[in-house]
Design a protein. Structure first.
Length: 356
């Protein structure tokens, strides 16, 4: 190959790769995505890439079409003994303050079983209980230092600032269901799995901030020694939905293949409780300037009267909001949806005497 042809070929390949990467877009709506947990020995080793060649009980989840091609009947228990969830949010609690979370969990993965009836050799049945998602976040941050958070035209210099942030999140989703698979012939089969999905989510969030002014400053003596804000929230969600999986499988000497379709979920039950408490205390939302109130005063009495007028206007920014809503009392409709998913795969089997 000539050098100019080689260069042109490289340019074409690089252009194609750049075009492909330009089509990639992050999907932020997925929590823990679709393949967080693995089921069965092959699924654990191959990272769930077994739609086209699953030959154990995990076919109930991955591709129910393969279940009829599994000759043995058995009960199996698969477990992920340890799971470690790690999260880092850069500047999550402010510039230079990262949020970090690390949690270790012990969780079961899948309990399943299969059976056949003697007079129905082409029919196979199965059942499974599996942990679809289980993850959590627990993180907090605190800052306690001298900072200039009050405008200098009200209080020159720094104030003692204390800020705290906390976040706790927990997610657990359990699937349980049954499977039916039918062998069309020696090489082809199809199947269907019906699942019920029970999902619980918990979110607890808190954000508090306080500015303590120097005891001898005019702002502290005549207006307020403390400026503070707090926002505390919590949400507990429980949902139950139904969904199904359709699978088609083929197994031959040189290759196996499979197609699996997961149906959109059907909401059955949803319950939520949401609570929030928010407090604003002497926060200067309108940039009121104490100097403008007191610039024409000539003695302490006039200064106190002007400061009282400033404080009265400032106190309009002191208020608390508290609320609680739930499905039982406020008829809040709660729905969690999972979309249509189509997956396929092919597995090449080595020929006799050949190694890959």
């Amino acid at each position: 190959m000539k050098s100019c042809d080689f260069i042109q070929t490289c340019k074409t390949q690089v252009t194609l790769l750049l075009f492909i990467f330009s089509l990639v877009k992050s999907v932020y709506s997925q929590d823990t995505h679709y393949w967080t947990n693995q089921y069965g020995p092959r699924g654990s080793i191959l990272g769930n890439a077994i739609i086209g060649g699953v030959k154990d009980n995990s076919a109930i989840y991955y591709n129910p079409g393969f279940l009829a091609l599994v000759d043995s009947n058995n009960i199996s228990v698969n477990a992920n003994f340890y799971q470690f969830d790690a999260l880092k949010i850069k500047d999550g609690a402010g510039i230079g303050i990262d949020l970090k979370s690390g949690q270790t969990q012990i969780l079961p993965s899948m309990v399943s079983g299969t059976f056949r009836f003697k007079n129905l050799s082409k029919h196979k049945f199965g059942y499974a209980i599996l942990t679809k998602n289980q993850t959590g976040i627990k993180t907090s941050a605190r800052i306690d230092k001298e900072l200039n958070v009050i405008p200098d035209f009200n209080n020159p210099g720094d104030e003692e600032y204390i800020g705290q942030f906390g976040l706790k999140s927990a997610l657990n989703e359990q699937w349980f269901g049954a499977c039916y698979s039918y062998k069309l012939n020696q090489n082809l089969s199809f199947g269907f799995s019906a699942f019920g999905a029970y999902r619980t989510q918990l979110l607890e969030y808190s954000n508090t901030a306080k500015a303590i002014l120097p005891t001898q400053s005019n702002y502290s003596l005549y207006i307020t020694p403390l400026v503070s804000y707090s926002d505390i929230q919590s949400a507990e969600i429980t949902t139950f939905r139904g969904l199904g999986k359709l699978g088609f499988a083929g197994s031959f000497n040189r290759f196996d293949f499979g197609i699996s379709i997961t149906t959109p979920s059907i909401p059955i039950l949803g319950v939520v409780t949401i609570q929030r408490d928010e407090l604003y205390n002497n926060i200067n939302l309108f940039d009121l300037n104490l100097t403008e109130y007191t610039r024409h005063t000539s003695n302490e009495t006039e200064y106190i009267i002007a400061a009282d007028s400033f404080r009265f206007d400032l106190n309009r920014n002191t208020f608390s909001v508290n609320g609680r809503q739930s499905s039982s009392t406020d008829k809040i409709k709660t729905v969690y949806k999972s979309p249509l998913s189509i997956a396929g795969g092919i597995v090449l089997n080595p020929s006799p005497g050949r190694r890959f």
